[in-house]
Structures are given as structure tokens and as C-alpha cells.
Design a protein around this ligand. Structure first.
Ligand code: ATP
Ligand code: MG
Length: 438
């Protein structure tokens, strides 16, 4: 909807005011990034808004990080509204107001009790909450200094074929704030924030994260699950804490958690209480309130975003989610050509035609296809005892033995996007499916 359409709606509204029309107008103004106009329209027609409509508009505002405007729409006595007020005040760093709103909300409705929120507000004894976390001494931090091995990272965006949109977003939201200290101020606003890359396996999430590190020249800590998980109860939480401490000491830095679902899986799915402890430790580390995360960016990737505990996706944590889609035809062709660089091959291989046949192939599938074609060529050289090069025929043979691995993921993702699309979390997936006619 554009500004003119909204003006048309406003005219219609003045002729025949209705609650539904008022709701559409206000939401559209928010979508158009006109929060002030939205509020002034609302102030003139407040009686037409039901409390649930107000709540949904406030949600929209919160999603857009317009917390001070969201407050206008939130009632000061209803429990459901009060808990959102608490969230807004917390974001605005008005701790006293946040505490009071939270306490009023849970006094009315105890199902709203949130351990995480309470902890952020300092309303919970942290020792009680995470009994297994010991105080981490400096010497413990030293035991993980080998994380430094990731500091020198040489990949950059030129190794990631396609994905122009995401690169642009990453550039704006991650790299620029690192490169331009004046813009760092803006980054500071996002203290404790994180970015979650999600998408089908083998489509470049890990590659992108590594390239991001190379581009922004920040210290990059690539955390593997084995760096964190420990067989001794309580040790994993300690390690996680030490890792974050290390990053905080060494800013600007990026912590990259690959396959984060292993550490941040849904608590209700785990019968194992130590997993739940790691999740709550992780949340504590991410929250800028308890910790000084200034200059620490947390990047994570997963191919099962729906298995990640929803608490991670709230504001201030991994609130920016980027969909890393499977490559389209031209990207598939470019990836093939990229991986064929410097390999001996006959001239005139029709990469376009191969890409066409490789529908649904991920970047990793395509890389594998090139490897298989190369194997065919090597076999031929061994058999004939003569030099050989990779040919179109080798690709045809390789294609027979390969299959696309992204289809299954997209089918699952479509169901989540359709039936569990919380606040538009998977809109990018829906747009992708629509564009590619699935
Ligand atoms: N856009 C791309 N450009 C070039 N190569 C790519 C691209 N996407 C994937 N590849 C190839 O596929 C390999 C696997 O990609 P990567 O490890 O980044 O996938 P992923 O999305 O992290 O998968 P998973 O979810 O399984 O961890 C890369 O090492 C690279 O060879
Ligand atoms: Mg990966």
C-alpha cells in the first residue's frame, strides 16, 4: 500500500468511519514508516479501536523497533498489554517503569510469568535461576584462547556467488557499523542483537558467515558445538560464558554459532535438563542488560529455525532473520562456473543447460556435481593413459547420480510458513515459494 492509497482510505473513513478501516489505516501508516501520523490518526479515532486491535498494532510497532510509539497503543491496566509495556520499557532502558508494568501484569495473570523477562529486569535471584553456573575466573577464559585460531579469516564476498540481496543487507546491518566508527553509534543501539541466517542445507549460510567476517575485519570467533558442549554437568554453561567474555574483552568482535539449534533447541523438546540450562545460560549472555555486549555481534545459522527456542527470536536477541534461499537458475550456473574455475575442461560446456537440469540443487549439490564430473574425467585419464579434460558428457553422467536436496526442506518450511508464521517470521520463505511457483 502506498501513501496515496492510505490517503484514499482516510477520505473514505471521514465519510463512513469504521473500526476496521481505522485499523487498516493505522497499520498501513506503520508499515509505511509513518508512526507519528499513525499515532495522530489513532488519537482522533481511539474509541473505534478494540483492545485486541490496539495490541496487534503495538506488536507491529515493536517489530519495527518503534517501542516508544507502541506504548501509545498499550493499555495501562490490562495484563496482556502490561506485559508488552514491560517489554517496551525494557527496550527503552526505562527499567523502573518496566519492572512496575511487569509486576502488575503477573499479579493479574500468573501465566504471564517469564523467567527471562524477570531476569532481565533484575527481579530474579540469578543464582537460584542457574544454579550450575559457577563464577568464571580469568584462568577459565585462558583455557579457551585457542578460539583465536579463527581470527585470520580470508574468505570474502567474492567467494559467495549470487545472494546479492542478503549481501546488501549484511553489508548495511553488520559490516558498515564495524567499518565506520561513526556509524558504530547506530550499532550500539543494537547492543546484544544478533542475526540468524536460516535456509536449506548447503546453500551458503556458513560460507556467508565466514565471508562476512573477512569483509568486516572484526575478530571472528567461529564457535563449534564441541567448543561448548561438555560431558560434565555445568561445564558447558561455563564454557559458553567464557566464550562470550572473551568476545566482550576483544571488541569489535563477531561470535558465530553454526548450527545453533544444537545449543538453542526448544527447551520443551529436551527431556534433558542440562540442555535447558544451556539455553537459559545462552539467553543470559545475549541480554545486553545483564552483560555489556557493546561491540559484540552474534551471528548464528540453522537449517531448522522452527526448532530454535522462541525466546531467542525476541527483540534484542536474534531479532533479525535472513533467509538464505536455494540458488535460482542463473545463480546455479554461476556457482557451477565458480567451482569450475582453474579446472581443465573442454571449451563450450553449456553450464546454462546443466543449471536448468539441476533444479532444486543447493550450492553444495552443485559443488558435488563438479567434483563428480572431475572424478569421471580422472577415471577416463587413468583408463586411457592419456590426458583428459572435463566434458559436457561427464556432467551428464554426474547428473544421473545426483539429486536435489533442497526440495524436502522447502516442503517442510512451507508448512511452517503457512501455519506457524509468527509475526511474519517466514514471509521471505513464502515470497520465495510464490516467486518460484510452488
Ligand atoms: N552461493 C554459493 N556460492 C558458492 N558456493 C556455494 C554457495 N552456496 C553453497 N556453496 C557451496 O556449498 C558448500 C556448502 O555451503 P555451506 O556450508 O555454506 O552451506 P550451509 O548453508 O551452511 O549448509 P548447512 O545448513 O548444511 O550447514 C560451500 O562450501 C560451497 O562449496
Ligand atoms: Mg552450515
Amino acid at each position: 500500500m502506498n501513501k496515496d492509497t492510505v490517503k484514499g482510505l482516510m477520505k473514505a473513513f471521514h465519510e463512513a468511519p469504521s473500526g476496521e478501516l481505522a485499523r487498516i489505516i493505522v497499520s498501513s501508516l506503520v508499515e509505511l514508516n509513518e508512526p507519528k501520523e499513525a499515532v495522530s490518526f489513532y488519537n482522533n479515532s481511539e474509541s473505534l479501536f478494540t483492545s485486541s486491535t490496539k495490541l496487534s498494532i503495538a506488536d507491529l510497532m515493536i517489530q519495527k523497533e518503534l517501542h516508544e510509539f507502541a506504548l501509545v497503543f498499550l493499555d495501562t491496566s490490562l495484563a496482556g498489554h502490561l506485559i508488552k509495556r514491560a517489554e517496551c520499557y525494557l527496550w527503552l532502558e526505562q527499567l523502573e517503569e518496566a519492572k512496575s508494568a511487569y509486576q502488575q501484569a503477573v499479579a493479574q495473570d500468573d501465566s504471564l510469568v517469564s523467567a527471562v523477562l524477570a531476569r532481565q529486569l533484575g527481579l530474579m535471584n540469578t543464582e537460584q535461576e542457574r544454579p550450575k553456573l559457577k563464577v568464571v575466573e580469568k584462568s577459565d577464559v585462558a583455557s579457551i584462547t585457542d578460539l583465536n585460531r579463527y581470527k585470520q579469516e580470508t574468505t570474502d564476498f567474492s567467494d559467495v556467488v549470487g545472494l546479492a540481496d542478503i549481501k546488501k543487507q549484511i553489508n548495511k546491518k553488520i559490516i558498515l557499523p564495524f567499518q565506520k566508527p561513526s556509524l558504530f553509534q547506530k550499532f550500539k543501539k543494537k547492543v546484544g542483537g544478533g542475526v540468524l541466517l536460516y535456509g536449506p542445507p548447503g546453500c551458503g549460510k556458513t560460507l556467508l558467515a565466514r565471508a562476512t567476517a573477512g569483509e568486516c575485519k572484526a575478530k571472528f570467533f567461529n564457535i563449534e558445538i564441541s567448543d561448548v558442549l561438555d560431558m560434565y554437568i555445568g561445564e558447558s554453561e561455563q564454557k559458553l560464558h567464557a566464550i562470550f567474555e572473551k568476545a566482550r574483552e576483544d571488541t569489535p568482535s563477531v561470535l558465530f554459532f553454526d548450527e545453533i539449534e544444537a545449543l538453542a533447541g526448544k527447551r520443551e523438546h529436551s527431556r534433558n535438563s542440562s540442555t535447558a540450562n544451556i539455553v537459559s545460560q545462552f539467553l543470559t549472555e545475549l541480554d545486553g542488560f545483564a552483560q555489556n555486549n557493546h561491540g559484540v555481534l552474534v551471528l548464528a545459522s540453522t537449517n531448522v529455525p522452527w526448532a530454535v527456542d522462541a525466546a531467542f527470536l525476541r527483540p534484542g536477541r536474534f531479532d533479525r532473520m535472513f533467509f538464505v534461499p536455494p540458488p535460482d537458475r542463473s545463480a546455479r550456473q554461476a556457482i557451477l562456473e565458480h567451482h569450475m574455475k582453474d579446472r581443465p575442461c573442454e571449451s563450450g560446456i553449456k553450464y546454462g543447460a546443466i543449471a536448468e537440469k539441476a533444479k532444486g540443487f543447493s550450492g553444495a549439490d552443485l559443488h558435488n556435481l563438479v567434483e563428480m564430473a572431475a572424478d569421471e574425467a580422472i577415471d577416463e585419464a587413468i583408463e586411457s593413459g592419456e590426458d583428459s579434460v572435463i566434458t559436457q558428457q561427464h556432467f551428464s553422467e554426474a547428473l544421473k547420480d545426483s539429486r536435489a536436496t533442497t526440495i524436502e526442506w522447502l516442503t517442510t518450511a512451507r508448512n511452517y510458513a503457512r501455519y506457524a508464521n509468527d509475526g511474519g517470521r517466514y514471509d521471505d520463505v513464502l515470497n520465495f515459494l510464490k516467486k518460484h511457483g510452488r
